[in-house]
Design a protein around this ligand. Structure first.
Ligand SMILES: Nc1ncnc2c1ncn2[C@@H]1O[C@H](COP(=O)(O)OP(=O)(O)OP(=O)(O)O)[C@@H](O)[C@H]1O
Ligand SMILES: [Mg+2]
Length: 251
């Protein structure tokens, strides 16, 4: 594998007596399509929080694009190229889709925004916002206020905001969670259409999505990596089948 864009070495995290990350050595290749699977409470979201800096490890280190970011804040890590979506909504509900994107891109580019300068006045920021709307196929909703959008499209805007940070690594924690099944295909299409130069790490419970999307899968159980490999290896792994995939149609 080429030099990882994101790597953990010997990562441990304890909440009191509970070990939620145990000696995790994880590597994400540049441009990877990688999934983390595992039972509820396995520590998947905790790992994402350790990668992004929401949580700090009890031991071990996190490396992003060759930099040791272990002691860096979430904000500092974003500047080194990591972005995520959350399992909950973090959007400005009363603003339009394009205004939400405009603010995120202005912040990243260091372009001041003010009430005296309406959103849309900077052509460079507008061009980038329009480009990202195209990536997630939200052009038709550009002027719609977030609260007026169906929930599935709100979640698409969250992905768009993460892209507005110009990441090298995008972490998606259950991007279709809570989205009605009739709408979930728009999320999965957007995930499939993400730029190939961005490494995408997805946490997902739907095994059809995982096995269609991922080129590499890591199985997390009780805070530790149980197995890692390509989808065929994981589907054929007896231990993985026993703890997690026992009822899946892929085995
Ligand atoms: N801030 C916290 N303090 C104490 N325990 C926590 C905290 N955050 C998570 N945990 C515990 O850590 C364990 C791992 O939780 P985590 O949310 O990472 O699991 P998960 O794999 O994402 O599960 P799910 O599939 O349900 O989202 C759980 O037992 C959870 O209760
Ligand atoms: Mg979780």
């Amino acid at each position: 594998m080429s030099e990882p864009i994101l790597e953990t070495r010997g990562l441990d995290k304890n909440f009191g007596a509970l070990n939620v990350a145990r000696n995790i050595n994880f590597a994400l290749a540049p441009g990877a399509r990688h999934a983390i699977i595992g039972p509820n409470g396995a520590g998947k979201t905790t790992l994402i929080n350790l990668l992004t800096g929401v949580l700090h490890p009890t031991a071990g280190s996190v490396h992003l694009a060759g930099n040791d970011v272990t002691t860096m804040t979430e904000h500092q890590r974003v500047k080194h190229g990591i972005a995520r979506t959350f399992q909950i909504n973090t959007l400005f509900m009363g603003l339009s889709v394009i205004e939400n994107l405009y603010l995120a891109i202005s912040e990243r580019m260091g372009v001041a925004t003010s009430i005296l300068r309406p959103a849309g006045s900077n052509p460079e920021v507008m061009a980038e916002a329009t480009r990202i709307l195209g990536v997630v196929k939200l052009e038709d909703d550009a002027l719609t206020e977030i609260h007026e959008l169906p929930y599935g499209r709100q979640r698409l805007v969250e992905i768009a905001i993460a892209l507005a940070l110009d990441p090298k690594v995008l972490l998606l924690d259950e991007p279709a969670a809570g989205v009605p099944s009739a709408e979930s295909h728009i999320i999965l299409d957007a995930v499939d259409g993400l730029p190939k130069d961005i490494a995408v790490l997805i946490i997902e419970h739907d095994m059809d999505v995982v096995f269609r999307f991922a080129e590499r899968i890591t199985v997390l159980v009780r805070g530790a990596i149980l197995a890692e490999g390509n989808p065929d290896d994981i589907a054929a792994d007896k231990e993985v089948q026993a703890v997690y995939l026992g009822t899946s149609s892929h085995v």
